[in-house]
Design a protein around this ligand. Structure first.
Ligand SMILES: [Zn+2]
Length: 403
C-alpha cells in the first residue's frame, strides 16, 4: 500500500454535509465537488482523528490536480474549492455527537410522531449507545444508527431498541436519523404482525417522511429540511446504488401520496398497512404510485393549505439544482459581473482572461444561445437576471471534457 489517504464512510458523510452546508463558499456545485472527491477516495473501516480529515482533503486535492492534464481552468476552481473545504473542516470542533441531546430529541419526538401518525406508544423504547453494533450488524460500516425489532430479538438475541453508534454521529444528521429509528419503533410495535419484516418501501419511506415532519414540529426549521434533502439529492446523483439513493425512491412514493391526498392519505397508509403488513397489495401499490404521472401533483397543488411546512413539502418535487456551464463560460460571466456597467468589449475580455480564440468564441456563442449574455456591436453585455443568478450562486461551472 503506497498511500493511506482513506476516509471512513461516516467521515465521508460528515465532509459531504459540510460541503452542502457551505455551498455558497464554493465556486463549483456541491454535487460536483463531492463527485470529484469521491473519485479519489477509498474507504476504510477505521476512523481518522478529526484533525486529519482536512489533511486528507488536501491530499485528495493534490491527487486530483496531478491527474488533470486538460481543462486547467476547471481544475483551478476545483483546487480552490478543496482548499476552502479543508479550511472549513479544520476550523470545526471534533464532531463527536452530543449523546445527551440526542436522547432528549428521541424522547420529545415520540408523542409528536404518535400524534402525526395516529398511533399509540405501546411501550418504552431502549436506546443503547454502542462502540459496535450487535452481531450480525457489526459488519455494516455505513450505518450511524439502527433499530432492532423483536424479530432481531428472536433471530439473533439482540435486545429490542435503538442503537446509536458512538463514533459515527455528527450534528443534524443524527437528529433526523434518531427520529427515523423512532418511527420504525412505533410502526413495529403497532403492527399486528410484529414478527415480520414488512415492506421496505413503506417502512423506510414512512421513517423518512415522519422524521422530516417531526423534526420540523420540534425545531421549526425549514433550512434543516432543505439541508437534509440536498444531501439526499447529492447521494442520488452521485451514488445511484447507495442505500440513501434507494431511500430517495421510497420518499418519492410517500411524497406522491401526500401530494395526492395530504397528511390524511399518508396516515391512512399507516393504519391500513399495520393491519396487514404482509399483503402483496403493498408491492402493487408501490408500482402504481411510481408509475403515476405528474397529474397527481397538479391536482394536489390547488387545494393544499398555505402552512409553512406544507408549502415546503409541496416544493419537494422540484429539483433544487444549479445552472451548469463550463469553466470558461463561468470565467467570462464572472468577469462581466465585476464591472459596474456589466458590459465589456469582446476582445478585451479575451485578452484579460487569456483564453484561446476558438475556445473563447465557442463559449461566447453558447452563452448567447442560452440567453445569459447579449452581444451588441463589439461588446458583450450581461443581463440583470444572469447577474443575480451569479450573485446567488445559482450558476456554477462544471467540467464537460472527457477524462
Ligand atoms: Zn430505516
Amino acid at each position: 500500500m503506497k498511500t493511506k489517504k482513506q476516509l471512513q464512510y461516516p467521515e465521508y458523510k460528515y465532509v459531504l454535509a459540510n460541503i452542502v452546508e457551505n455551498s455558497n463558499e464554493f465556486t463549483l456545485p456541491s454535487w460536483l465537488i463531492v463527485k470529484e472527491l469521491w473519485s479519489k477516495t477509498k474507504f476504510s473501516d477505521q476512523p481518522t482523528r478529526n484533525k486529519e480529515i482536512s489533511t486528507k482533503i488536501i491530499a485528495c486535492s493534490k491527487k486530483l490536480i496531478q491527474s488533470s492534464k486538460k481543462d486547467l481552468i476547471y481544475y483551478q476552481f476545483l483546487q480552490k474549492d478543496l482548499k476552502k473545504l479543508a479550511q472549513i473542516l479544520k476550523s470545526k470542533y471534533p464532531y463527536t455527537g452530543n449523546t445527551r441531546s440526542l436522547v432528549k430529541i428521541g424522547e420529545k419526538c415520540l408523542p409528536v410522531l404518535a400524534k402525526e401518525m395516529g398511533l399509540n406508544i405501546k411501550r418504552k423504547v431502549n436506546v443503547f449507545f454502542v462502540a459496535e453494533f450487535p452481531k450480525p450488524y457489526n459488519r455494516i460500516k455505513t450505518w450511524d444508527l439502527m433499530f432492532a425489532d423483536r424479530n432481531d430479538e428472536r433471530k439473533y438475541g439482540i435486545k429490542e431498541g435503538i442503537y446509536v453508534h458512538k463514533e459515527r454521529q455528527f450534528p443534524l444528521f443524527c437528529e433526523f436519523l434518531i427520529i427515523h429509528e423512532y418511527v420504525h419503533f412505533i410502526v413495529r410495535s403497532n403492527s399486528k404482525r410484529e414478527l415480520s419484516s414488512g415492506h421496505k418501501w413503506i417502512e423506510e419511506g414512512l421513517a423518512d417522511w415522519y422524521s422530516f415532519i417531526a423534526h420540523f414540529r420540534l425545531f421549526r426549521s425549514i433550512d434543516n429540511l432543505v439541508f437534509f434533502k440536498k444531501v439526499y439529492q447529492i447521494y442520488e446523483k452521485n451514488f445511484p446504488r447507495s442505500p440513501l439513493a434507494e431511500y430517495s425512491q421510497y420518499d418519492r412514493a410517500i411524497k406522491r401520496l401526500y401530494l395526492w391526498g395530504g397528511h390524511e392519505a399518508v396516515k391512512k397508509l399507516v393504519s391500513k398497512y399495520l393491519q396487514n403488513p404482509n399483503s402483496s397489495r403493498w408491492s402493487r401499490l408501490y408500482r402504481n404510485i411510481l408509475q403515476e404521472k405528474s397529474d397527481i401533483i397538479s391536482v394536489a397543488n390547488t387545494k393544499r393549505p398555505g402552512d409553512r411546512l406544507n408549502s415546503y413539502l409541496l416544493t419537494l418535487h422540484e429539483k433544487v439544482d444549479t445552472l451548469n456551464i463550463s469553466a470558461v463560460e463561468y470565467l467570462i460571466l464572472n468577469e462581466l459581473n465585476m464591472k459596474v456597467q456589466k458590459c465589456m468589449p469582446y476582445k478585451k475580455i479575451r485578452y484579460l482572461l487569456s483564453i484561446k480564440e476558438k475556445v473563447f468564441d465557442d463559449a461566447i456563442s453558447r452563452l448567447e444561445g442560452c440567453g445569459l449574455i447579449l452581444k451588441k456591436e463589439n461588446n458583450v453585455i450581461l443581463n440583470d437576471t444572469s447577474s443575480s443568478l451569479l450573485d446567488a450562486g445559482a450558476i456554477k461551472p462544471v467540467y464537460y471534457g472527457t477524462k
